[in-house]
Design a protein around this ligand. Structure first.
Ligand code: NG6
Ligand code: CA
Length: 515
């Protein structure tokens, strides 16, 4: 399947950029753009957001030189829908099949869709994706041949280069995919993947717990064993291509640094999605034991190290001034997400959500309020902390406006240009933000109020993590100026409930435009 071509404008720009070959920087003020997208990193997990038990000096630097947002929202409380929305500018709940993807899911964003990467490419950028993907690969679910170039991959979505994990570290296949093919492919160990049944003779966490020498599951995660850790799904083979969990951050970061070095003379867009701090948390030895929180804290420190490596590279290359970095997370935090890593026991008073209610998966703020820092020394001269209400859904259109890309009609339908918010020039709150819980319950929040729509789900997650979901048969209304999500005020303010329900209905039906 081939991509549509976006880009009469891009051709013009590209030629203008290349005419001055060798000295391109001088002729364009287009910043490099780097998204640093952490996994399951909570609102309270960074030192600059109040974390006490772990040091994050590199993220602190970004915050102290840029804008640190205190009211930023991911579009969903789990990874796949959040990433889908970020990269396409369309709410994931509009599109079936965007829930947490298996490692053998077919490519969820289809080649004909317009993506963030297409947008940058059409403006003359070189584009690269690194780390966690979790949006499917290949044309069809379960039909991939992992021993050959995949039938659909990130090059069909506008990425010039990619070095990614198909899904998550807790899902097979446990190999990196470079430009649509298994990296370090080992012909002596052909790869097979199934999410239905095991391959004859292959050990599993369930049947062979004695083989789990690195981490044991606390719930689920008892299928194929790779690197002494059992996962979700079954795989066979891989040989030398199999990753070692302790080296994942090193590997992703090294490839990203190479990309920066290779493209230092032209504008580049880099989607840098870390595996940290998702489970299985198994960071490198050099991060072990330096904080009070065990492996979860070590994974946060490793995340910070990756950020530091990118910054050091930019500094060395003289690129820091004109590189726009946006650091954020895909959804809220979870403590025990399925492995016995003592994250719960070792919190030592740390609050991953920074005191917000709920967490990953839930409709409460802990599910979708995330850290967000924007750093661009050339444009942001006055560092600040901003409580302006923003959502990741707008990042595509906002950055399109920054780089003069024209979004094709009908693409990125939910994304609005709010660049002024991101650069600290406009303090107007987004009039509303929509949040999606893992059971598809939607919430609408304004600066002052939040409504969680009524639904049939249980009050707590039933299958493992101890997290309040925010589910209730009747709609819940909270005054966000006061106590946050403590006291349901739906019966006191029926007109407010009605007003917010109307916004939600109109957004669902696309019968409302934001001013
Ligand atoms: C859940 C997994 C959890 C995590 C999550 C996706 C079990 C019991 N739990 O189903 O460990 O992988 O999916 O996380 O399997 S996300 O951040 O990628 O959305
Ligand atoms: Ca996540």
């Amino acid at each position: 399947m081939k991509k549509k071509h976006y880009g009469i404008l891009s051709l013009a720009l590209a030629s203008c950029l290349t005419t001055h070959a060798g000295n391109k920087r001088q002729y364009t003020d287009k910043p490099n753009v780097i998204f640093i997208y952490a996994d399951d990193l909570g609102y309270g997990d960074l030192e600059c957001y109040g974390a006490k038990n772990v040091q994050t000096p590199n993220v602190n630097r970004l915050a102290s030189e840029g804008i640190r947002f205190t009211n930023a929202h991911a579009t969903a409380a789990t990874s796949t829908p959040s990433r889908y929305s970020l990269l396409t500018g369309e709410y994931a709940w509009r599109k079936p099949g965007t829930d947490v993807a298996a490692g053998n899911a077919g490519m969820i964003i289809r080649p004909e869709q317009y993506t963030m990467a297409d947008m940058f490419k059409s403006s003359g950028y070189t584009t690269g994706a690194f780390g966690k993907w979790h949006l499917g690969l290949g044309d069809k679910t379960a039909q991939q041949d992992w021993n050959a170039p995949l039938s659909a991959s990130l090059s069909d979505l506008g990425f010039d280069y990619s070095y990614i994990m198909a899904a998550t570290a807790d899902r097979v296949p446990c190999v990196f995919i470079e430009n649509g093919q298994v990296a370090n492919y080992d012909p002596s160990a052909p790869i097979e993947v199934s999410y239905i049944k095991n391959f004859p003779g292959e050990p599993t966490g369930k049947d062979n717990p004695e083989l789990l020498y690195n981490l044991k599951p606390s719930h689920g995660h008892d299928m194929s064993i790779v690197n002494g850790i059992s996962r979700i799904g079954y795989m066979k083979g891989g040989g030398k291509a199999l990753w070692k969990d302790e080296n994942i951050a090193d590997s992703i970061t090294a490839h990203a640094i190479n990309f920066i070095k290779q493209h230092k003379d032209e504008p580049f867009f880099m989607y840098f999605a870390t595996n940290d701090v998702h489970v299985p948390r198994f960071p490198h030895d050099r991060f072990r034991g330096k904080n009070k929180m065990g492996l979860r804290g070590d994974a946060i420190a490793q995340f910070d190290w990756s950020v530091g490596q990118l910054l050091e590279t930019l500094d060395k290359m003289g690129l820091t001034q004109n590189t726009l970095i946006i650091l954020s997370s895909d959804n809220g935090p979870v403590v025990d997400d399925g492995y016995d890593d003592q994250a719960e026991e070792l919190l030592n008073g740390h609050e991953p959500t920074g005191g917000l209610r709920g967490g990953k998966y839930s409709a409460f703020e802990g599910g979708t309020r995330i850290p967000a820092i924007v750093h661009w020394p050339q444009a942001i001269q006055k560092p600040e902390v901003s409580d302006v209400l923003i959502s990741q859904i707008d990042w595509l259109a906002s950055l399109a406006s920054l780089v003069d890309a024209r979004i094709p009609k009908g693409s990125a339908p939910d994304s609005y240009n709010r660049l002024g918010n991101l650069l600290g020039q406009d303090k107007t709150d987004r009039p509303w933000v929509i949040e999606q819980a893992s059971n598809h319950t939607l919430s609408v929040r304004t600066k002052e109020w939040k409504l969680i729509e009524g639904n049939d789900g249980p009050e707590m997650i039933t299958w493992g993590p101890k997290i309040e979901t925010g589910n209730s048969q009747t709609p819940l209304l909270y005054d966000m100026r006061q106590a946050g999500e403590k006291e349901d005020l739906a019966t006191q303010y029926p007109e407010k409930v009605f007003e917010l329900q109307r916004i939600l209905r109109n957004v669902r039906n696309k019968t409302i435009q934001m001013k």
